[in-house]
Design a protein around this ligand. Sequence first.
Ligand code: NAD
Length: 243
Amino acid sequence: MRFEGKSALVTGGAGGIGAVLAASLRAEGARVAVSDRDSSGVEADAHLDGDLLDGAFSDALPGQAEAALGGLDMVFNNAGVITRGDITETSDADWSLTMGVNVEAPFRICRAAVPILTARGGGAIVNTSSCWGLRPGANHPLYVMSKAAVASLTQCLGRDHAHQGIRVNAVCPNEVDTPMLRTGFTIRGLDPEKAIDELNASVPVGHIASPQEIVDVMLFLASDDARYMCGALVEVNGGKPVT
Ligand code: NAD
């Protein structure tokens, strides 16, 4: 029960990683506010749904979580979208969507959360970057840029706000078995089960990550076990780095 008496905000709380994260935090004693476009199917202590592309919504989210839960100790910027295709296939709408959800929303949420966590005497922010935030992957320049921005935001804030007792770190997964990955196969006309079998064979530990295998690292980063970690980018890849 590492999070007894603590309160957390989870964005993307209805997604593959977010729903497991919310349940795992609650199982360890935390009170959890989930935010998504529709988080009604997820058990939580508060549901703060809306569109992260709405700047005013993102600005208000940490304060709303604090009010709903009676405090705020942890913020997980987990929501994300993936846009595929090389730069010539990338539209202005792709740019606005990807930068809006993956970069601008975490920026706004961190900006609003820092004073709240400071007043609380400290706290933890865990951002979700990607292996592709550390090194480039083929044919996804917009997504890769957005995740590199999240990585940089994490390193900057990890440094700037450590003295206030706020630890800001990021998890950087490689492939995780969630709707984000599976819809990509469907869009490309591939059978998701067959495609995942093939991907599993490409990972040295023998399988792509389950959401829980990523969440366990996020929980560690949010916990006191990681009390000396500030601005860390933690790659979780089953031995398969992006090359
Ligand atoms: P997912 O698609 O299952 O979940 C993402 C969630 O974000 C969804 O529930 C979606 O509704 C929410 N979201 C998207 N746009 C939103 C908006 N405008 N307003 C509110 N909510 C919005 O994907 P996931 O795999 O669980 O992804 C979680 C995080 O992990 C993302 O940041 C993703 O980029 C990152 N990640 C995933 C993988 C992977 O292979 N699945 C790998 C590396 C990093």
